[in-house]
Design a protein around this ligand. Structure first.
Ligand SMILES: [Fe+2]
Length: 396
């Protein structure tokens, strides 16, 4: 009766584990969970697992922390296809004890070289049983089970459960690998998309003589402002405090988003007639409304890429004004996305200090005065301060 109860417990624990495993898309986290489940359910001293790594065509060794753990030297974390255990489970001719599992007790001190080598592997992993996991004909993983805490042999039921679990482990590993491949593919696609959009953005500059170099300068100014914000008054850290703690990685990610957003802030001009963009006379109301659409058009183009959530905010809102009189949505104060408030200052300064179809460039000094006067009206005051600081230091 007790055995039956225990079998039921195994079955339930393993079924529960299988359900959770399939939801984990990171191989390392998945492996940790598998090790923990096996050690607890079977009450083992420790367990190790070899997991096939496609990129290196080798098996990576992961081990639970047990009091009688691995005897493998540190750094010996990857094993190749010529390892005797891998050979045993991949070559049908060698499987004298079957292919479902291999027990230490089955291996004799014989003259058989393979058996001797297999025995050495079991000693190395301090294991009593090895359970393979296959996907089609490929060995995806092998679990090395350490001794049970009760120091008794594995029952055939336990070995049967472990075999069942190993096929679930295989599916979960395949699943996690697929997700990782998909993410890498997405990243590649994102880079490809970025290159295309940057090419488009320079195409716009090429057709508009007044835009030449504008994107590059705005990007440089925006990044310089961001760096000065960090040094001067932690504004970046404060603005990013939507999460518990802002890490260096968060700041790096923000600067990367700022770079992308600034480079693409006027990408929407691709949808505005050239005659309006290059008009030498003052624009009429209709034309002005038409030009304002570049914020929406740009946001629409970039919103196709999920990872561009933050850059899109900069593209869409870089013409908002701090006092709420800007466009396209008339947002005010901190309701304007932080990334857009930075680009706004950089964009305005470059627009003022370069020739435009309808006027010549202002001097730097005049432009600085206008920017300063725009504090809390057109611009966020702390961003203007960072901009003026950067200018004083000769960075702009
Ligand atoms: Fe713009």
């Amino acid at each position: 009766m007790e055995t039956l109860e225990r079998q039921k417990d195994y079955k339930e624990a393993l079924e529960k584990a299988a359900k959770q495993m399939i939801l984990i898309h990171n191989v390392d986290i998945l492996v940790k969970m598998i090790l923990r489940t096996v050690v607890r359910t079977l009450r083992l001293e420790h367990v190790s697992i070899l997991v096939y790594d496609k990129a290196h065509d080798a098996y990576v060794v992961h081990s639970s922390r047990g009091k009688a753990g691995l005897k493998i030297p540190k750094g010996f974390a990857r094993i190749t296809n010529d390892n005797p255990v891998i050979q045993y489970f991949t070559d049908h001719n060698l499987q004298v004890f079957g292919k479902d599992y291999l027990l230490f007790s089955q291996l004799k001190d014989s003259q058989d070289v393979l058996q001797q080598e297999l025995k050495n592997q079991f000693l190395l992993y301090n294991a009593k049983a090895c359970i393979p996991g296959f996907f089609r004909e490929r060995l995806v993983c092998a679990l090395f089970l350490g001794e049970k805490l009760e120091k008794i042999d594995f029952t055939s039921d336990e070995l049967g459960f472990m075999s069942a679990l190993s096929s679930d482990v295989v599916m979960a590993i395949q699943n996690a690998n697929l997700f990782q491949d998909l993410n890498e593919q997405l990243l590649k696609n994102k880079n490809l998309f970025l290159q295309t959009v940057f090419a488009l953005s320079s195409a716009i500059e090429a057709k508009d003589q007044y835009m030449q170099g504008h994107t590059e300068r705005v990007t440089r100014y925006a990044l310089v402002i961001a760096h000065n914000l960090m040094r001067s008054n932690q504004v970046i850290v404060d603005n990013l405090k939507v999460i518990d703690k802002v890490t260096d990685a968060d700041i790096k990610k923000f600067l990367e988003n700022l770079r992308i957003s600034a480079m693409l802030h006027d990408i929407g001009k691709i949808g505005i007639p050239e005659a309006i963009l290059n008009k030498k006379l003052e624009l009429n109301d209709l034309e002005r409304e038409e030009i304002k659409k570049h914020t929406y058009i740009g946001a629409k183009i970039l919103s196709e890429v999920n990872e561009f959530y933050e850059p899109v905010l900069g593209v869409k809102h870089h013409h908002e004004r701090y006092d709420g009189t800007g466009y396209p949505e008339g947002l005010a104060g901190e309701k304007i996305p932080f990334i857009a408030r930075i680009i706004s200052v950089a964009d305005a300064y470059d627009a003022m200090t370069t020739d435009r179809p309808y006027r010549v460039a202002l001097t730097k000094e005049k432009a600085l005065l206008i920017i300063e006067a725009g504090k809390s009206k057109q611009f966020d005051a702390s961003i203007v301060d960072a901009f003026l600081l950067a200018y004083k230091k000769g960075e702009i």
